[in-house]
Design a protein around this ligand. Structure first.
Ligand SMILES: C[S@@+](CC[C@H](N)C(=O)[O-])C[C@H]1O[C@@H](n2cnc3c(N)ncnc32)[C@H](O)[C@@H]1O
Length: 255
């Protein structure tokens, strides 16, 4: 028996930023699996249901919430801890697929933004196929990433003519701006890590920052990092206190 699993990119927050292919995929599904992190704001969970209500016309879509495995954030070995976490997530999801998805059925996993960018679901599903002896036909459907929304909102291209761009994390930026790239996109940064770059590096940078992209709470700030860096820190902190969570992405550009 083969179950079908669709990994569907659903955009970064705006229910209008979903492709026709993704809508068709959601309409094929018997079951929508929502993998919830304990830390997910209810708002983010609700947003996925609202999106399905808006776009799924086929009757009878069932929602199954899969509680995500807890991650040990205190572990010293980051890669090891993430590997272990991935294995436990794979076991969790595999058991939900076995019990909730009929044989020959079609399930959809809703993934924020695009499944290819800083999302572990493709790796988790690979792990399930390798280790859980579950026969799955997998299809990946691309979505609009927060990175694309950031660029569109600021009206910029990510690369300059003939130049590369790098996509990295706050954790890595904290170790320094790469030497070989002048356009760096930063995701997963809970600490505004640019503030810790050396002053002479900061003084050469522009920043294009966006929070809650694609939602009614969207905030955009752009300018010379030395001029707007403090404002971004303050606005991020305010918004986080008001809403209880924040998701932000930014581009650092060497002048
Ligand atoms: C686990 S990654 C998932 C990225 C997602 N796959 C994508 O394509 O955008 C989460 C990070 O994406 C960024 N992000 C996702 N949605 C966002 C949004 N609506 N506004 C700003 N940043 C967002 C943030 O940097 C956040 O830390």
């Amino acid at each position: 028996v083969t179950r079908t699993l669709l990994l569907v990119g659903i955009g970064a927050g705006d229910p209008d930023q979903i492709t026709v292919e993704a809508i068709t995929a959601l309409n094929r599904a018997d079951v929508a699996f929502l993998v919830e992190k304990g830390t997910d704001a209810d708002e983010l969970v609700d947003a996925r249901r609202t999106l399905c209500e808006k776009h799924v016309k086929a009757p009878g879509l069932r929602f199954v919430v899969v509680p995500d495995a807890a991650r040990d954030r205190s572990a010293g070995n980051y890669t090891g801890a993430v590997d272990d976490w991935r294995r436990r997530r794979a076991a969790n999801l595999a058991s939900a697929l076995r019990s909730e998805l009929p044989e020959e059925g079609c399930g959809a996993l809703l993934i924020w933004g695009d499944p290819s960018l800083y999302d572990s679901m493709i790796a988790v599903v690979d792990e399930i196929r390798a280790s859980e002896s579950l026969d799955l036909a997998v299809e990946v459907i691309p979505g609009i990433s927060s990175v694309q929304v950031l660029a569109a909102r600021h009206g910029i291209t990510l690369n300059r003519i003939g130049r590369p761009v790098m996509i990295t994390t706050g954790r890595l930026l904290a170790q320094g701006l790469p030497d070989n790239c002048d356009d760096v996109i930063v995701m997963l940064d809970a600490h505004c890590s640019y503030k810790d770059l050396p002053a002479e590096v900061r003084s050469q940078l522009d920043i294009y920052w966006g929070a809650y992209l694609g939602t009614a709470d969207e905030i955009l700030v752009a300018g010379a990092l030395d001029e707007v860096g403090e404002e971004i820190i303050a606005r991020r902190k305010d918004a986080r206190e008001r809403k209880g969570w924040v998701m932000d992405t930014y581009l650092l550009r060497r002048r």
